[in-house]
Design a binder for this molecule. Structure first.
Ligand code: FMN
Length: 341
């Protein structure tokens, strides 16, 4: 996800789940072929399994970038056929590629010929007002013929005119049944459903119909939810038992990068972790301290101490309030509550 799933974010997510496959932000072929490859492609070994997502349409460029992905050690290269932004449309890639399955097939074939890692495609169920299932079925059929075996399907149309990218993730209706139908029609392909999934039970329900589920915004905003995924969906041990444990490992990461001078400020990385304590007493104060500009020049450990203090202060206050409420509720009428005698 652009601006979200950078390498810092992915490292943080790896503290919560080690089995879930992670995806980079979309990187355009132009940026890779003419820009700073290290900046776009560098990642930490703990991020595996990791897919590089490409934005582009020129088969030779896609093949060259797929080779780069393989050389840098990515486990998968994914082609974006789902992004509706105008900038991307001007470059003639993203969701508008769904109107050109022949070109996508050529791109997939060129990448397949160039690398041995899996080449996958992420797409929508339709573009603009095309509502028929046949459209997405024929798209998948043609791309599968070119050698793609994994399809990640954002289960809503992309409206290429009149909606912002954000609206294009909210307004066109979700139609999961079309993705389920794809799995029935192409049982040998790996079909991954994406769009609007929030709870672990919803993931489990979708896994009855498809091979995988991709979770975007919910995972980013409520990262702690991922901590149970290894156990629940991969029959493996969860990597962390507590938020404290994750926070401590994350702090070590921040310090390491500050020491290396790897990025100009730790706030760049920390923004991805601000949801860690969501739902817990004091989480808002914890988040506020970490986001407060006046602390930007402190070392991460100093900010962490302040944030924890604030969070625990509120947590203690809430616990005391709860104890009082309970004591009042349980006491026989007329007796003073404990602590108020
Ligand atoms: C900030 C943001 C950036 C995104 N960037 C990308 C991207 O680079 N490539 C992509 O395939 N999808 C991108 N998406 C779309 C998500 O991958 C996903 O398809 C969409 O949000 C629906 O899934 P969700 O409801 O689980 O979030 C982005 C979404 C958001 C919110």
């Amino acid at each position: 996800m652009l601006d979200w799933t950078d390498k810092h974010c992915r490292f943080f997510h790896r503290l919560l789940t080690q089995k879930t496959r992670l995806y980079t932000e979309m990187v355009t072929t132009g940026a890779l072929l003419h820009g700073d490859q290290g900046r776009h492609l560098d990642f930490d070994a703990v991020e595996h399994p990791l897919a590089l997502q490409l934005g582009g349409s020129e088969p030779a460029d896609l093949a060259a970038c797929a080779k780069l992905a393989e050389r840098w050690g990515y486990d998968e290269v994914n082609l974006n056929c789902g992004c509706p932004s105008e900038r991307v449309q001007r470059g003639a890639f993203g969701a508008c590629l769904m109107a050109e399955p022949g070109l996508v097939a050529d791109g997939v074939k060129a990448m397949r010929d160039a690398v041995s890692i899996p080449v996958t495609v992420k797409h929508r169920i339709g573009i603009d007002k095309i509502e028929s299932y046949d459209f997405v079925r024929d798209f998948v059929g043609q791309i599968a013929h070119a050698g793609c075996e994994v399809f990640i399907v954002h289960a809503r149309n992309a409206w290429l005119q009149g909606l912002s990218p954000k609206e294009n993730r909210e307004i066109p209706p979700l139609r999961y049944e079309l993705v389920h139908q794809l799995k029935r029609d192409f049982p040998t392909l790996t079909i991954v459903l994406n769009g609007g999934i929030k709870t672990d039970d919803e993931i489990a329900e979708q896994l009855r119909h498809v091979d995988g589920v991709m979770v975007g915004r919910q995972a980013y905003h409520e990262p702690w939810q991922m901590v149970d995924w290894d156990r629940r969906f991969f029959a493996a041990a969860n990597p962390a038992q507590s938020r404290e444990q994750v926070e401590s490992a994350w702090l070590a990461y921040l310090e390491r990068h500050v020491a290396l001078g790897a990025y100009h400020h730790w706030t760049q990385a920390m923004r991805h972790a601000l949801g860690l304590w969501n739902g817990q007493a004091g989480s808002r104060r914890w988040r506020q301290i970490w986001s407060d500009h006046q602390y930007k020049s402190l070392a991460p450990r100093e900010v962490a101490a302040l944030a924890t203090q604030a969070r625990q202060g509120i947590a203690a206050h809430v616990a005391e309030h709860q104890a009082q409420t309970l004591a009042q509720r349980n006491m026989p009428e007329g007796e003073p509550a404990a602590g108020h005698a």
